[in-house]
Design a binder for this molecule. Structure first.
Ligand SMILES: Nc1ncnc2c1ncn2[C@@H]1O[C@H](COP(=O)(O)OP(=O)(O)O)[C@@H](O)[C@H]1O
Ligand SMILES: [Mg+2]
Length: 390
């Protein structure tokens, strides 16, 4: 357990991950490539990572005792979701377990208010923001003309996949206002949204994956297509890459950090938010880069040499979402046609139940010609339907 003993790769490393969703599953698959002992904590072994872990512990990653008891006999504990019990992680760290990302950074990142303040304090570019204790305080601010339309409201904690974000354009949207402690930001005039996955190990080595461009479904506020390489200028690429490196160092994170940026119509680069883990915008790396983001996270937390992030092919990733109006056991209609298409790599997460807009899997299309990849990605989007008979 102690980090003082000499660890021999891979068998001496007991890696524990908090969270057993699709990110945990893909991390487990990367660990499997090396035969790395891999342990998972989450509510149910039926979750995506359940069948792929060396051992699965049923419990809550939000509960102090569950996290502490799970982590105490591990060498390294990492996460696939940021909303975990960090008090237990501090205790584990004190007792010699390596915790990546460090719990101080996690506490900042999982609170959007603290996260924005972190960038403001370091003069890192982000949109201006204000903090509110609750929705009443926010409404009072509107009434007093201190807060003007349009603005974006975000809950400080527990937002995920657009669920903690509301765009308030006018007084007509007042019923959309979310409850609880929150921040507001001006509505940014976004030209493009890009993301960079950056990795850092304990030796201080840093690598970045090429920026990806995200295309959102306006209804679900979920990423629908993701393009890599992003269609951006060399200047923007260099600047965003530098920022990603600076941010991971500022947080002193070993592991991965996905940095989401807004490129504004006025030509600015703003940091939107970060996730200290593998990220949807890095899924394409499994099929299009020398090293996947999942292997890179393992390399980074184990302090192994980081892998090459060079692309082997341009790629487009499509999230495979549950069809609207369907809840129940999942049926993948049109799968044969997708599997028949050259360059299409289908990843299903193994979730038995589909729900409207639930992330059930993703497909990565690789093609040397990005325009052809776009055609195929659209074909998949229109052909594959995740439905339920019930
Ligand atoms: N200030 C803003 N101006 C315009 N659009 C925004 C703003 N903040 C967020 N959005 C939109 O909402 C999406 C989700 O917001 P984000 O803060 O990334 O929350 P989540 O945790 O759900 O990913 C962003 O990717 C962007 O499309
Ligand atoms: Mg986001």
């Amino acid at each position: 357990m102690s980090n003082k003993k000499k660890l021999h790769f891979p068998n001496d490393y007991k890696v524990g991950v908090l969270g057993g969703g699709q990110l945990g599953k893909m991390l487990a698959l990367a660990a499997g490539k090396w035969g790395l002992p891999f342990y998972v904590l989450d509510a149910s072994k039926d979750f995506p990572a359940g069948a792929y872990s060396t051992e699965f512990t049923e419990g809550s990653f939000k509960d102090f005792d569950d996290v502490y008891n799970f982590g105490k006999d591990k060498d390294i504990v990492t996460i696939e979701i940021e909303h975990v019990n960090t008090d237990a992680l501090f205790k584990l760290q004190e007792e010699g377990v390596q915790v990546h990302p460090n719990p101080q950074a996690l506490n900042i990142i999982k609170d959007k208010g603290l996260q924005k303040q972190f960038y403001a304090d370091r003069a890192l570019p982000t949109s201006p923001f204000r903090l509110y204790a609750n929705e009443d305080e926010l409404k009072l601010s509107i009434k007093d003309n201190r807060l003007i339309f349009p603005f974006v409201q975000k809950t400080r904690t527990a937002g995920y996949d657009g669920r903690g974000v509301a765009v308030i354009r006018s007084a007509d949207d007042m019923d959309k206002i979310l409850k609880g402690p929150c921040i507001t930001e001006p509505l940014v005039d976004i030209d493009k949204e890009i993301a960079i996955v950056v990795a850092r190990n304990a030796s201080g080595e840093i690598t970045t994956f090429p920026p990806v461009e995200m295309d959102f479904n306006p209804v679900a506020n979920l990423v629908e297509y993701l393009y890599c390489p992003a269609d951006i200028s060399y200047n923007v690429l260099t600047k965003a890459d530098e920022l990603a490196r600076e941010i991971i160092e500022a947080y002193d994170i070993c592991g991965l950090l996905a940095v989401e940026f807004f490129l504004t119509k006025q030509g600015e680069i703003l940091i939107n938010e970060v996730a200290p883990r593998t990220h949807n915008s890095g899924h394409h790396t499994i099929d299009s880069c020398q090293t996947s983001q999942f292997e890179q996270q393992l390399r980074a937390i184990l302090n192994l040499p980081l892998g090459s992030t060079t692309m082997t092919s341009p790629a487009i990733m499509v999230n495979l979402l549950g069809e609207a109006g369907h809840t129940g056991p999942a049926i993948y209609e049109g799968m044969d046609k997708c599997l028949q298409t050259e360059g299409v790599h289908v990843h299903l997460y193994g979730k038995k139940i589909t729900k409207p807009f639930r992330k059930m899997g993703h497909a990565t299309v690789v093609d040397t010609d990005l325009a052809k990849a776009k055609e195929k990605a659209t074909f998949i989007k229109n052909t594959l339907r995740i439905i339920s008979e019930e």
